[in-house]
Design a protein around this ligand. Structure first.
Ligand SMILES: [Mn+2]
Length: 319
């Protein structure tokens, strides 16, 4: 793996870069991609940020989030392609083939399951990719202005569940402190990311939580959001974020599972746990992530998918 200072030098010498968020973009992906773009632009590198998905409304208060593009012209339009917060190539969606074919690619990430798919890989296990990008920006010699500070703080907040997850370290808090010094407004970001919600989301939440299913002697709680539920309540798929944290807090529950139907018989499955290694559980289905928070996709009829998920959890659950 490349050293941080060497990475900074290499990036600085690029003429231009296309920076990619992952599909179903979250605060860390958007925050670390946009902050890196802002910093590289200060070094004279022309940057555009891309995402093969629409950007959830809650991020659109940031002007840089509004500028994220979906139509990628050609690999030849840039000197470098940079994948951000993406454990494997599939996370780039349709951009993955262009990325794979290009000669000069970077992968900057914090997932332990990262597959080192780029020419230059920087993968460091910490709370959020924004924590990595903060150090990278420092290595670039760029001053963290309030725009960069807010973008990075947003990613740290979202990937740590508002500083509640086990991935919070002294360095996470040190970084957050530095970002506050540089103008990050934690109170406003935390309200936007964790408290503000639409009436549609509140109604969907109440409905889904009314049907929690328990397995493995109550050690696993599972919730499901079907396509019809989104229609019934008028909520968006991205608005299910945070549902899983609610069920993982239930007494006696060790592993929380959220099954979100993204297309007919196609489920985006998220896992959270208190100690069980759910990176291994998601790995059974070709997914991954972190020890205590992971995800995968499963194509199956609903009850069949539930059976397969529960037997995978059973293999790894810490009693
Ligand atoms: Mn992340």
């Amino acid at each position: 793996m490349i050293e941080l200072n060497v990475l900074a030098e290499k990036l600085k010498n690029e003429k231009s870069a296309a920076i990619f968020c992952h599909v179903r973009p979250d605060g860390d992906s958007i925050g670390s991609a946009a902050a890196l773009a802002a910093a590289l632009e200060k070094c004279g590198v022309l940057c555009d940020v891309y995402c093969d998905d629409s950007i959830p409304e809650k991020f659109l208060f940031l002007s840089r989030a509004q500028k994220i593009k979906r139509d990628f012209p050609s690999v030849h339009a840039y000197s470098a392609l940079v994948a951000i917060d993406s454990a494997d190539l599939n996370r780039l969606g349709t951009f993955s083939s262009a990325f794979l074919s290009f000669r000069n690619t970077y992968n900057i990430d914090h997932h332990v399951s990262n597959t080192f798919y780029a020419k230059v890989n920087y993968v460091f296990d910490c709370s959020s990719n924004c924590e990595n990008v903060f150090r990278l920006i420092k290595a670039l010699g760029v001053k963290t202005d309030s725009e960069i500070a807010n973008l990075l703080a947003m990613g740290i907040l979202t990937d740590t569940g508002n500083f509640k997850h086990k991935n919070v370290t002294a360095n996470t808090l040190f970084t957050a402190g530095k970002l506050v010094e540089s103008g990050a407004d934690l109170n406003s970001l935390s309200y936007r990311m964790f408290s503000a919600q639409s009436k549609e989301r509140a109604a969907l939440f109440a409905f889904v939580m009314g049907k929690i299913r328990y397995f493995l002697d109550g050690k696993t709680a599972l919730i499901t959001v079907r396509l019809a539920d989104f229609e019934k309540f008028g909520a968006k798929q991205w608005e299910t974020e945070g549902f899983i944290d609610f069920i993982t807090g239930i007494e006696g529950v060790e592993v929380g599972v959220c099954m979100m139907e993204s297309e007919k018989d196609k489920f985006k499955v998220s896992f959270r746990s208190k100690v069980t290694d759910v990176n291994l559980v998601a790995g059974v289905f070709g997914g991954g992530g972190h020890t205590l928070a992971s995800g995968c996709m499963i194509n199956a009829e609903y009850e069949d998918a539930v059976d397969r998920i529960i037997s995978a959890v059973k293999r790894f659950i810490v009693e």
